[in-house]
Design a protein around this ligand. Structure first.
Ligand code: FES
Ligand SMILES: [Fe+2]
Length: 456
């Protein structure tokens, strides 16, 4: 991998090849609760704008008098003062410096210092992006207006037979989105090592290279209509003769879907070229028409968050690099899987490269198939976008002018299987698997019911 080619690939800003791919999709930019209440009319407190930093762009979000969110460039089109300090007035926001007043779509409503007859305001616009608020998250489309796609109807966002719990968006990894997601998402081996190491005993050797005298179990990587998937059969070492079927998806441009019943979406949203914010949503289907205890627990934890890296303010910036020396011993800062991922990812390169790796020194092997496939599919999307085509997974209007069908990603963990049963799932094509999930959308009742969730 050549460093200059990789650098060109991992950039996310406007006009960069991959930045333009990201900008063809609806992306979550904030958690609704972080923007405060939805009714307007006052100019203080929850109605103040907030800053969001997405795809290398500095933006602000505010709610109008009807509660609708608006996303504008942060710096005023007049002389650049931050609209973070702007005042929300009804459906508009006023810059504190000279009082230019902007509507939610960025058009200029007033320019107090300009003679009205100049009609200067008709020639100026504050950059803005359309938003959609759904399932407790605010999404934006940051691409060319004429190419805006339909909003994708993922079942986790729209199913009515369960409840959804958004995360707080409080965790930002100090590494590039490819390190955080695309290179990592379909890498079952780091699950065994990086995540397994802190447990006792490390569960190394259940795939491909057999361990403990047990036969190796298979893993494979495939394309899907939305991106890519990894299928794994895991030997449940603690329960001899018992196997788990697992499926992880990479949904373009930047989602990890890897839980039971595809019950969770984790968006790795690029903040800039060197940091990536996790915005997550969990969906809990009703069981017998009722909210499950697991869902109630998730709601409680959302309202009473445990300390996490996202909330901690006393860690040094290079905490992940410092943690390396504690490997094998556990560490008081240890916070779980993403923590371990960041330790591995932030230490792929030195600080002066913003932790970006020296790709020319990498040696990719058979176990890097998932990374290689994701990079290949990504490179294809760069070409598609450059040639004016839609990238993978874009939803356009059907003949009747809409597309109301739910999109069901088919990730799952199904444990307690015989090898024959696990193999049956493993050998399903994506079409067969999608047909199966359409009939049995909540095949696995409750997360972790059968075997531990895989640590990818
Ligand atoms: S800088 Fe915003 S109104 Fe002048
Ligand atoms: Fe991981």
């Amino acid at each position: 991998m050549r460093n200059d080619e990789e650098l060109a690939m991992i950039q996310v800003g406007p006009g960069t090849p991959s930045g333009e791919v990201f900008r063809r999709y609806w992306l979550p930019v904030e958690v609704s609760a972080n923007l405060g209440g939805g009714s307007g009319g006052r100019h203080v407190g929850a109605l103040n704008p907030i800053r969001v930093h997405v795809l290398g762009e500095h933006l602000i979000l505010f709610r109008d008098s009807k509660g609708a969110p608006h996303l504008l460039a942060e710096h005023c089109a007049h002389r650049g003062t931050s609209l973070f300090y702007g005042r929300v007035e009804g459906d508009t926001i006023r810059c504190l410096y000279h009082g230019w007043l902007y509507a939610g779509d960025g058009s200029v409503v007033e320019q107090p210092g300009e003679p009205e007859e100049n009609r200067f305001k008709e020639r100026v616009t504050q950059p803005s992006y359309p938003t959609v608020e759904v399932a407790g998250l605010i999404f934006a489309y940051m691409g060319p207006a004429e190419l805006e796609p339909l909003f994708p109807r993922y079942h986790q966002l729209f199913s009515e037979d369960g409840i959804r719990v958004p995360g707080n968006g409080g965790y930002t990894e100090q590494c590039n989105v490819f390190q955080a997601l695309h290179d990592n998402n379909m890498d079952p081996w780091h699950g065994e090592i990086a995540h397994g190491w802190f447990r006792d005993p490390p569960q190394v050797g259940t795939m491909r290279q057999a361990g403990n005298g047990r036969p190796a179990t298979p893993v494979t990587f495939e394309r899907t209509p939305w991106g890519t998937r990894m299928k794994v059969i895991k030997d449940q070492l603690s329960k001899p003769g018992s196997y788990q079927y697992h499926e992880t998806h990479t949904v373009w441009p930047t989602q990890r879907v890897n839980q039971d019943n595809a019950g969770s979406i984790k968006w790795a949203v690029p903040v800039d070229d060197y940091s990536t914010r996790w915005i997550t949503l969990d969906f809990y289907p009703f069981v017998d028409g009722k909210i499950t205890e697991e869902a109630q627990r998730a709601i409680y934890e959302q309202n009473n968050p445990m300390p996490s890296i996202g909330l901690a303010h006393d860690l040094p910036k290079d905490w992940a690099q410092q943690v390396g020396s504690y490997w094998n011993y556990g560490h008081p800062w240890r916070q779980g899987n993403i923590w371990e991922d960041e330790v591995a990812q932030q230490t792929q390169g030195p600080e002066e490269r913003h932790y970006l790796p020296d790709w020319e020194k990498w040696h990719l092997g058979k176990s890097d198939e998932g990374l290689i496939m994701n990079r290949k599919v990504w490179a294809e999307q760069v070409i598609r976008v450059r040639e004016g085509q839609d990238p993978i997974g874009i939803v356009r209007a059907s003949k009747n002018g809409s597309d109301d069908a739910l999109i069901r990603i088919t990730s799952d963990n199904i444990g307690g299987l015989s090898l024959e049963e696990a193999t049956h799932f493993f050998e399903m094509t994506q079409e067969e698997r999608s047909a199966y999930v359409a009939e049995h959308p909540y095949h696995t009742r409750g997360r972790g019911r059968a075997g531990a969730a895989p640590m990818t």
